[in-house]
Design a protein around this ligand. Sequence first.
Ligand SMILES: C[S@@+](CC[C@H](N)C(=O)[O-])C[C@H]1O[C@@H](n2cnc3c(N)ncnc32)[C@H](O)[C@@H]1O
Length: 210
Amino acid sequence: MIDDKTAEKFARYMKKYPDLYQNLADIVKKYVTNAKPVIIDLGVGPGLLSQELHTQIPNATIIGVDPNKKMLSLAQQNACFDTFEARLGSSENIPVDDDSADIVVSRFSLTYWKDQKKSFSEMFRVLKEDGCVILEVINKDFPVWRLFLIKVHMLFNKAGADVTKYHIDVYKDAYTIDQVEQFFFNAGFSVVEKEGNRKEWKFLIVGKKK
Ligand SMILES: C[S@@+](CC[C@H](N)C(=O)[O-])C[C@H]1O[C@@H](n2cnc3c(N)ncnc32)[C@H](O)[C@@H]1O
């Protein structure tokens, strides 16, 4: 698990890239069908996505879940609005009632999950009928030589060695879009959107609880 200092540095570095969170929040907004949606930000990290979701969907209740206490305390600082709640938990044990959430969104957390089968069935459990899981995921098909360019970019932009290592090391645990689609199917979801190609470092995939 990431140590406290690296978590703080990660939060500082990611604040330089608000557009990454804005773009994902735009996509989440597209899937909102309820006037007061309940959205779970799974692997909430420092809460930057939750804050952006609040800006774009102010009526939403947002539950940020993470197994890392330091990340949760950063999330409480960064996502400072009344309808945000930080809960200690994980993808394998989501601390949310059955059939209670409209959307689960997770940005760059999947590769850290220990048990994909359990995680996908947990997401299925907490979602209401027709609820969606929106995942932004590191792409296993991304070429290694281009990964080196990302490393150089991060170091050049003062991410620091620890944050760069945290980001780059996880590519070894990455999945292809086909593998993630299979996780969805195995848990009973249908896949309603896929975006990204082999050359990109990330992809987006959306599953719906039928
Ligand atoms: C790269 S960070 C991304 C944080 C945030 N989603 C963002 O994009 O800024 C990955 C996050 O996943 C969390 N994480 C690790 N294992 C997890 C698990 N099993 N379930 C949920 N979150 C997990 C980490 O603690 C960390 O906060």
